[in-house]
Design a protein around this ligand. Sequence first.
Ligand SMILES: Nc1nc2c(c(=O)[nH]1)N[C@H]1C(S)=C(S)[C@@H](COP(=O)(O)O)O[C@H]1N2
Ligand SMILES: [Mo]
Length: 298
Amino acid sequence: MTFKTDLRWSDVTPKSLFLNRRQLIAGAAALAASPALAASPWSTDEEPNSLEDITTYNNYYEFGFDKGDPAANAGALKTDPWSIVIDGMVDKPGTYDLADVMSGQTIEERIYRFRCVEAWSMIVPWQGFELAGLLKKVGVQSGAKYVAFETLTRPEEMPGQQSGSFPWPYVEGLRLDEAMHPLTIMATGLYGQPIPNQNGAPIRLVVPWKYGFKSIKAIVKITLTDKQPPTTWNKLQANEYGFYANVNPGVDHPRWSQASERRIGGGLFGGRVDTLMFNGYGDHVASLYAGQDLTRDF
Ligand SMILES: Nc1nc2c(c(=O)[nH]1)N[C@H]1C(S)=C(S)[C@@H](COP(=O)(O)O)O[C@H]1N2
Ligand SMILES: [Mo]
């Protein structure tokens, strides 16, 4: 099988290269001869944002507070070698090299809506694998109810960590059923290339029905526990940022409405769209919260 390999990033827009990849992928799948990325039924068919939008408008406080800081400062972060400590209520605790973490997992393309609690949004073509696959590999023990995640601490390469005002490291958590849901992925790629440093290289969580702050970047530790773990934004401002953080147009942030969002790249006037319950993933995830008061558990 011959793939056209003479396309370069400079020759094409990200979108056209992306479509090209998808055609190659479809061709490969038809021949059933390649482990190439499979298009996923979990993906949205909405138009992805450009690679430039996705890699220059970021939240990553380890590299600064402004949207442009991660793109400017994250280049110095060394992401190889990389390992993840997996511990707590698991059968096979240990320090796993990234290659071991990924071995046996199926890398898929997932084009997801991404909605920040600040009321902006993007469409992002991630590549990654289901967190459930990794949890099954390490063996979740009965009694485990939550998964806690931790980001790298390395102030020499993360200038934002040189200020003492933030409770480093960045930590996040999910309930076990949320973590096991097939929509929940560990992303290692973006637009068919390794995930850029400013987007959370070499591996980050993506939970598309929750506000973006749940999708923790540059993960170095995963802990299975029976207690709800502390989470960074909740520690900082508990009345504004809950543990669940499900996208919900009916529950406003104390300082702004969550009823609509600004689609990045949508232009100054054309970019405002209604926010959807569970960011549009309600058919798949609403049942996780049956009987729960999502105004209280925001
Ligand atoms: N370690 C870490 N992870 C993080 C953040 C952060 O500051 N540090 N910001 C979060 C927030 S608020 C958002 S909206 C998303 C942004 O992801 P993106 O820059 O890839 O769009 O990352 C999340 N993960
Ligand atoms: Mo965010």
